[in-house]
Design a protein around this ligand. Structure first.
Ligand code: FPP
Ligand code: MG
Length: 276
């Protein structure tokens, strides 16, 4: 009669390890979607380096880079289909559509100054935070979490993702290309008005027409760069990133204390203190 408890422990172990495997699969798929999007992004941005190494487009040209990105995406899609979980498939497909919409949103500038920051945050969600938010949600869903707990996971990922993008946009102004392993001071050259510029506008409204013409006139990039450094745009960006990290920590404070919860908090600390 001792067999039954042993059997139940063994069954628990099997189902735990199956759950772990499926969650690991989500992590792999998310990483592949991320990689594919960066391979495509380097084509769009004509970037020669990525993570300190030559980018795919610089090594093999644009056409092969686009197809390499597509290939990674197709393998990730097959892995997702093999999970045979319709809800997870729908959740991760939303990420793909958000990534593309985010890139499109980045191409446009809002005429109305009051709408610019909200547009920037919506774009940041779609381009960066969606992948984290929906991956966290999918992992929670697989574990049998109810809607409320899935929402906790989603909000943690959303806040961490937006904080990550804010830091990325800040580092573009302060870090060197060598240190980052990718080109820096690139956003202005690409015509992008990110958080540091949008905050700097409060002190230097001269930035508004430059934003509208996407820093295309000679001297715009240099002037905008100086305005940002003379304003408190970088500090405000850091402050907003901290607020999103605090919110991420707040939402997971409803979870039972655990090593995993601690690790999630550590991620927010690392994110805020990252220098690349
Ligand atoms: C990095 O932007 C880019 C992204 C986070 C997303 C790019 C998305 C696409 C190109 C749409 C295609 C999507 C798929 C799934 C293939 P960045 O230029 O601001 O950052 P960087 O400095 O690291 O290059
Ligand atoms: Mg880029």
């Amino acid at each position: 009669m001792e067999v039954l408890p042993c059997l139940s422990v063994a069954l628990d172990f099997v189902s735990f390890s199956r759950l772990f495997e499926s969650q690991l699969e989500i992590a792999k798929i998310a990483e592949m979607i991320h990689t594919a999007s960066l391979v495509h992004d380097d084509v769009i941005d004509a970037s020669d380096t990525r993570r300190g190494k030559p980018s795919v487009n610089s090594l093999y040209g644009q056409r092969k880079a686009v197809m390499a990105g597509d290939y990674i995406l197709s393998v990730a899609s097959a892995m997702l289909a093999r999970m045979r979980n319709e809800e997870v498939i729908v959740i991760l497909c939303q990420v793909l559509s958000d990534l593309v919409q985010g890139e499109f949103m980045q191409l446009g500038s809002k005429e109305n100054e009051n709408e610019r920051f909200a547009h920037y945050l919506r774009k940041s969600f779609k381009k960066t935070a969606s992948l984290l938010a929906y991956s966290c949600k999918a992992v929670a869903l697989l574990s049998g979490a109810d809607d409320d707990l899935q929402e906790v996971a989603f909000q943690y990922g959303r806040n961490v993702g937006i904080a990550f993008q804010l830091l990325d946009d800040l580092l573009d102004f302060v870090a060197s290309s060598n240190h980052m392993g990718k080109p820096t001071v690139i956003d202005l050259k690409m015509g992008l008005a990110t958080a540091p510029v949008l905050f700097a506008c409060e002190k230097f409204p001269e930035l508004n027409p430059m934003i509208m013409r996407r820093f295309q006139e000679p001297g715009d990039v240099q002037k905008a760069f100086e305005f940002v450094h003379k304003s408190d745009g970088l500090e405000q960006t850091q402050f907003l990133a901290r607020q999103h990290c605090d919110e991420a920590v707040r939402v997971i404070s409803s979870l039972k204390p655990s090593i995993e919860q601690k690790a999630l908090i550590t991620i927010t600390d690392k994110l805020l203190n990252r220098s690349k």
